[in-house]
Design a protein around this ligand. Structure first.
Ligand SMILES: [Zn+2]
Length: 280
């Protein structure tokens, strides 16, 4: 059964507030302890305008573009993602036994949804039509916490619909879906961040979850690496399904798609209407 609307509003608000705090924390941490240098940060600008110099130095143009895509996707939440999710929860066959609840049920659902998102992400690379949308995420030529929300709205809507079918079939409760959404956003902010972690900490964490070193390889501008490391939260899926990159991240590695420069916001939004190059 779906919760009452006011309870849903409250849960969504809590989730949004928690993610906002998490995002602010990583935006600050990655500035304090960066793992890689930001590209093209000129110390002086021919125009001489202080604001232009400041924006260039701090990579604000790229971050504003990612922020705009993120804000647009946030609007899709109440417009598409939440309604589709609520329908899936309400129309579910309610086949779960009453005793199937509590932490074990939550953890199992989180793992099942994480497995689903592994295959969804992989499908976005292997289907040339889905790649048209997903390549917008990969055109980013640097990674930081702002990259975590850089997705084409079409990908977000498609993902919500496919996920709705999974929720319906598995009869997943709404609270578990919202917990998964928060987990995925938190994981995405962490793994895209430009935060330098101590080597030992990152190595230990990477055995369980996807760390920046793992995910940055997924954004390496070399197709073999781009088409690997698909996991979102648990790192084991790439090991289980044989899609873990054998390479090691280096701070100077090129990020993005080889031969495909990033474009302006309008071009990014229109890009899926054009034919993308074939998938690898
Ligand atoms: Zn990808």
């Amino acid at each position: 059964m779906a919760r009452l609307p006011e309870q849903i509003d409250q849960l969504v608000a809590y989730k949004g507030a928690a993610i906002a705090v998490w995002l602010a924390m990583f935006l600050a941490l990655e500035r304090l302890w960066p793992a890689a240098s930001r590209p093209s940060a000129p110390l002086s600008d021919p125009s001489g305008r202080a604001l232009v110099r400041f924006a260039a130095k701090h990579d604000l143009k790229r971050i504003a573009k990612n922020g705009a895509l993120w804000a647009f996707n946030a609007l899709l939440g109440p417009a598409i993602v939440l309604p589709v999710t609520l329908l899936a929860v309400e129309w579910g066959p309610a086949w779960r036994p009453p005793g199937w609840s509590g932490w074990p049920a939550l953890l199992l659902d989180l793992a099942l949804l994480d497995l689903w998102i592994y295959w969804w992400h992989r499908a976005n690379h292997e289907s040339s039509w889905l790649w048209r949308f997903h390549r917008i995420h990969h055109l980013d030529n640097f990674l930081d916490a702002s990259s975590a929300g850089r997705f084409h709205a079409g990908e977000v809507a498609l993902s919500a619909m496919v996920r709705g079918a999974i929720i319906l079939a598995l009869d997943i409760p709404l609270g578990h879906v919202l917990a998964f959404e928060a987990l995925v956003l938190a994981a995405a902010i962490f793994q895209h961040s430009n935060l330098a972690l101590p080597v030992g900490v990152e190595r230990a964490l990477s055995r369980l979850v996807v760390t920046p070193s793992i995910h940055w390889l997924h954004h390496h501008a070399v197709r073999a690496d781009t088409d690997s490391n698909y996991s979102t939260t648990l790192s084991l899926w790439d090991r289980v399904f044989g899609t873990q990159s054998p390479n090691v991240r280096s701070p100077a590695m090129a990020i993005g798609l080889a031969g495909e420069p990033d474009t302006g916001l309008r071009e990014l939004l229109a890009a899926p209407l054009r034919r993308a190059r074939p998938v690898g």
